[in-house]
Design a protein. Structure first.
Length: 468
């Protein structure tokens, strides 16, 4: 396989592009595809597809997505002959698991695995040129032949013959591939370092950039020289500090969720709050949202509902009528600007670039230059109302609170997804006629916006039949 891929690419590039071919995507689950890949000793290509385009997307943008170089005959032939391929649609449960495991933040994303299921290479974004994808396939071939690829490093790690130098390479390879470094690996690395290593700025930054869990040995040792730590962190560019803080928070909360450790979750949420310095309002929100995420992930419904009601009530009551009107006006202007930008972008059809939405890695815990959409509180209220519904609770008090949040989003921003949330809450409260009326509004608004109505219509049928 080592030399086969390169030879295959050399032959296929010269083929005529006239033959219409498609990538043969496997129908089995990804787990089954990996099992078959091991049997056949074939690498695996995984495409994480972007969300479907809405009906009102400019035609040139739709054309640009459809004309991806991924569909070029030479690329298709190389994938069909040399790989097992699997497409993961946006929003599906199987896709979500891969997104979490491989920290996918942009769509489309392309993941290339060795026959043993180890990640070899990744890339993202759509490009019209087939050369971009042929280059990716050559990079996969090189990674597969590399004695320092992750598969070989993992085998060496499993054998337990570690040195600080080896673990640093092992950690760096994870970061190169966009993979989370396990807290135990980072702790093992720092414990092999001499004490004077923590007086070296480059070493401290290396550890911090791998997101040490709050309270872990790795995090504690980065602060062994407090003066160095403070001056170093102040001297780092703001985007780098944001990235470090976000990764520390994310890794800490992930570890707390994996171990169902409420103490660790509280430490992670407290760190998130402190990273906002004197912006106490944003710090408080960071604490609350991280704890809500923890309770939701470990399915502690009682704690989640108690905390959610307090949190979203504060948001709802904290927005005055005048502030809400101004925010909604700004939101409407923002949407018009987005539409104009999409139309401008449509004139650049054929140029390579990402066509999927860029999703932020984690909630930003420090102010950034990234623009936040106006009236974000409306989306937050809608998300909160929907999350209460998704817990499956039948507690009328909690449902009525969520209903209040949902009604406010509809009053201020009568979007299809807001009507949909309201309809579901009304149904759960057994107001069936009202639920059907709100779901019909969701369908009507979606149709008016030239967006897909299929899911809204399906839910409407369930409401009418009382099978929701």
């Amino acid at each position: 396989m080592k030399y086969f891929l390169l030879a295959l690419l050399t032959v296929l590039v010269a083929q005529s592009p006239g033959r219409a071919q498609r990538i043969r995507f496997e129908k089995d689950s990804l787990t089954q595809v990996f099992a078959r890949a091991r049997q056949l000793n074939k690498p695996v290509f995984v495409l994480l597809a972007p969300p479907p385009v809405s009906a009102n997307t400019p035609a040139a943008l739709q054309k640009m997505r459809n004309e991806s170089g991924l569909n070029a005959p030479a690329v298709v032939a190389a994938l069909n002959q040399g790989f097992l391929s699997k497409e993961l649609p946006f929003g599906k449960a199987e896709t979500a698991a891969v997104v979490r495991k491989y920290t996918v933040t942009s769509y489309p994303t392309y993941l290339y695995f060795g026959p043993d299921g180890t990640l070899l290479y990744r890339n993202f974004g759509n490009a019209s040129s087939e050369q971009r994808y042929l280059h990716d396939l050559q990079a996969v071939q090189q990674a597969q032949a590399d004695p320092e690829n992750l598969s070989h490093l993992q085998e060496e790690y499993r054998q337990g013959h570690w040195s600080a130098e080896f673990l640093k390479r092992y950690i760096a390879k994870h970061r190169q591939l966009g993979l989370r470094v396990e807290p135990a690996v980072l702790d093992a690395y720092v414990q092999l370092l001499p004490v004077h290593a923590f007086d070296q700025p480059a070493e401290v930054v290396f550890i911090l950039e791998n997101g040490p869990v709050v309270g872990s040995k790795a995090q504690q040792l980065t602060r062994l020289n407090p003066r160095l730590y403070d001056s170093l962190f102040r001297s780092l560019p703001l985007p780098q500090r944001i990235t470090i803080n976000n990764l520390i928070i994310s890794n800490t909360m992930n570890q707390a969720i994996a171990t169902k450790n409420r103490v660790l979750a509280t430490q992670g949420a407290t760190f998130a709050r402190g990273s906002w310095n004197t912006n106490y309002q944003q710090g408080s929100r960071a604490y609350d949202t991280n704890m809500l995420r923890f309770f939701s992930a470990i399915k502690d419904t009682a704690s989640y509902l108690r905390s959610a009601v307090l949190y979203y009530d504060r948001i709802n009551m904290g927005i005055s009528a005048d502030s809400a009107r101004k925010a909604v006006a700004a939101l409407q202007a923002f949407r018009q600007e987005q539409l104009a930008n999409r139309q401008r972008l449509s004139t650049t059809a054929g140029q390579p670039g990402s066509l999927g939405p860029n999703v932020s890695r984690v909630t930003t815990m420090e102010p950034t230059a990234r623009r936040v959409p106006p009236a974000a509180f409306l989306q937050e209220l809608n998300n909160g109302a929907w999350s209460v519904y998704q817990t499956g609770t039948r507690n009328s008090q909690h449902l009525m609170r969520a209903l209040q949040w949902s009604k406010r989003t509809v009053d201020l921003d009568p979007a299809a997804y807001n009507y949909d949330t309201l309809a579901h809450l009304l149904y759960r409260l057994r107001f069936f006629s009202e639920a059907a009326a709100m779901q019909q509004q969701a369908v009507a608004v979606a149709r008016q916006e030239k967006a897909s109505t299929t899911s809204y219509e399906q839910e409407l049928e369930k409401i009418k039949k009382r099978t929701l």
